[in-house]
Structure formats: structure tokens, C-alpha cells
Design a protein around this ligand. Structure first.
Ligand SMILES: Nc1ncnc2c1ncn2[C@@H]1O[C@H](COP(=O)(O)OP(=O)(O)O)[C@@H](O)[C@H]1O
Ligand SMILES: [Mg+2]
Length: 312
């Protein structure tokens, strides 16, 4: 695994938000991971665990409170050469949960999709611009007729397709998909996931796929990180995570899929394992430990020993 090419790396990333006079929310609190070229990296955790903040900080919507972000070996936060900024702006794109929130309601679909093309000067004239937009619409299962419409004329699934076309238009290498299917009807979710998988294969993409439960992520991710209160609790391959989850927090998430209705979801959250309630961390601090090659957990040595014993 170590010879694989790293596309994006996050090192000791922190994102704290000030709340009022002296409060602070540690939305992201010292997390580290690598994303290899060509993989789908799942980031999972309950609502409020810091997943969106992680993605938004990676794509430079926020300045990190601490830590570093790298793309293709270049540090991309802090003072960054112009060339690197341009590389990141083009090659890292984001797809959002609620496509309506990120699509300007007064802009025609053509202009929404062409925004990146204009910014990066990837088309020479109007005809070429139109041609590229139509090509993108067709790529995501829409067609030329959709180019002159406005976002409100589309269904949720179609709007997400527009969001995908918009992200894909500049031919990025890396896409952060922040709960791209959570707001969609269950019947549409698989279609959008299939489309994303197709696009990934055809275009050599790498994904950071954010989700609040494991049900879909399980099938599409090569590796998965489980996040809780700003920290990653466990990170390993999807197979390992399902065959041999070590962290009780991961196990409590796993025991709960599938999650057909919101009531269950709430009950599950109430019963989920809470690391800080089970362990007095004041004298025995948890650390980011590599327990097997590529299998990381946030725990104390004692906890790891206890949890590993479950599989003996
Ligand atoms: N811009 C912000 N200002 C202040 N607090 C924020 C901001 N964005 C997120 N938070 C807080 O940070 C925590 C993590 O939020 P978020 O990253 O949205 O979690 P998730 O995407 O996992 O649901 C939450 O407590 C949230 O209220
Ligand atoms: Mg979120």
C-alpha cells in the first residue's frame, strides 16, 4: 500500500470555530489521513462530527486553525505559489448535499455548468462553451434542452446531476462529495451513486465521499474513516472495517445498518458508544495508533489490547 501514489494528504488538521466570547467548537480536532490516487475514501460519522468542516477546509473554504493539507505533494494551505493555487482550484471540486443551496437560482443551467470553464479559460468562444456544456449534460444523463432552464425546474436527482456536471466540467482529479445522496429519494440514490462510479472509472477520479451512515459507503469506498466529535476514531479498508472493526464506536455504527427511518436513527444515536463516557482519558490519553498496517485507531494501548482480544 505504501508505494501507492498519494493524491491528497491531511496532516494534523484542526478547524476550531469561536463561539461567543470564550466558547470554541473543535469541529475538526487533529486528524490525519492520506487519499490515494484512484480510490474512494469514505468519511463517515453522525451529524455534527465534523465531516463537512473537514471537506470545506480541504477545499480552502476555511483557513485551518492548525495542520497542513497537501495535493500532489504541494502544501495548499497558508502561503502558496500561484501555480499551486490554480492547480487546486481546478483539480479539487466539491459536490454538495443540497444541490439547490449551491446552484444560483437566477442562473441558467448552462451558466452554472460553464462557470468553471470561464474561470479557468477552458473554452475559446460561445459555441465551444455551449458544446462543452451539452457534452457535460449528456455525460450526467441530461440533454441540451436542460441547458436553458433554471434550477427550480429540476427534480432533486436532476439537480444533483447538474451539480456533478458542474464539478466535472473542468476535468478535476479529486472530488469531495459531501453527502451527495442524503437529500435524495431512496429510489434515486443508487442512480446517482452509479453515475459517480461510472464517471470515476472513465475519468480517473479520486473521491472523498462523506456520509452520515455506512449503508452506501460500505459498497463504494476502498477505505473508510469513522469520525466522532472532530476526531477520526478508526481508519482502515472497507473490508477490514466490516470484518474486524476494532473501535466500539465503529461497532456501534455497524450494528445499526440499515437505517430505514429517522426514529431508529435517533434511537441508535442515543445508544451509540461514547468513548469519553467509557474511559477516563485524563490519566491515560488516547493516541492515533497504527494497529495493523494501514489500520489506525484513536485509543489507548490498553483499549487496543482489550478490543483485539475480542477476535482471539
Ligand atoms: N461555520 C461554522 N461556525 C461555527 N460552528 C460551525 C461552523 N460549521 C460547523 N460548525 C460546528 O462544527 C461542528 C461540526 O459541524 P459539521 O462539520 O457541519 O459536521 P457534519 O458535517 O459531520 O454534520 C458542529 O458542532 C457545527 O455546529
Ligand atoms: Mg455535513
Amino acid at each position: 500500500m505504501s508505494e501507492r501514489e498519494v493524491l491528497v494528504e491531511v496532516k494534523n488538521l484542526k478547524q476550531y470555530f469561536k463561539l461567543g466570547r470564550n466558547g470554541v467548537v473543535k469541529a475538526v480536532d487533529d486528524i490525519s489521513f492520506k487519499i490515494y490516487k484512484g480510490e474512494t475514501f469514505g468519511l463517515v460519522g453522525e451529524s455534527g462530527s465534523g465531516k463537512s468542516t473537514t471537506g470545506r477546509t480541504m477545499i480552502k473554504l476555511y483557513n485551518p486553525t492548525g495542520g497542513e493539507i497537501f495535493m500532489e505533494g504541494d502544501k495548499i494551505n497558508g502561503r502558496v505559489p500561484r501555480k499551486v493555487v490554480q492547480n487546486v482550484n481546478r483539480n479539487m471540486q466539491m459536490i454538495f448535499q443540497d444541490p439547490m443551496a449551491c446552484l444560483n437560482p437566477r442562473m441558467k443551467i448552462e451558466d452554472i455548468i460553464a462557470e468553471g470553464l470561464d474561470i479557468h479559460k477552458l473554452v475559446k468562444n460561445k459555441a465551444e462553451r455551449r458544446e462543452k456544456v451539452v457534452q457535460m449534460l449528456e455525460t450526467v444523463g441530461l440533454n441540451e434542452q436542460h441547458a436553458d432552464r433554471y434550477p427550480h425546474e429540476f427534480s432533486g436527482g436532476q439537480r444533483q446531476r447538474v451539480g456533478i456536471a458542474r464539478a466535472m466540467a473542468v476535468q478535476p482529479k479529486f472530488i469531495i462529495a459531501d453527502e451527495p445522496i442524503s437529500a435524495l429519494d431512496v429510489s434515486i440514490q443508487a442512480q446517482v451513486v452509479n453515475l459517480m462510479n461510472d464517471l470515476k472509472k472513465k475519468n480517473d477520479l479520486t473521491y472523498l465521499f462523506i456520509a452520515h451512515d455506512l449503508s452506501m459507503v460500505k459498497y463504494i469506498s476502498d477505505r473508510i474513516a469513522v469520525m466522532y466529535k472532530g476526531k477520526i476514531m478508526e481508519l482502515t479498508t472497507s473490508k477490514q472495517l466490516f470484518d474486524k472493526p476494532l473501535h466500539p464506536y465503529t461497532r456501534s455504527l455497524l450494528s445499526a445498518i440499515p437505517l430505514p427511518d429517522p426514529i431508529n436513527e435517533r434511537t441508535r444515536r442515543r445508544h451509540a458508544y461514547r468513548p469519553e463516557k467509557e474511559h477516563n482519558y485524563s490519566n491515560d490519553k488516547p493516541q492515533w495508533l497504527e494497529v495493523d498496517p494501514g489500520h489506525f485507531i484513536y485509543a489507548t494501548e490498553n483499549e487496543v489490547e482489550k478490543w483485539e482480544a475480542l477476535y482471539r
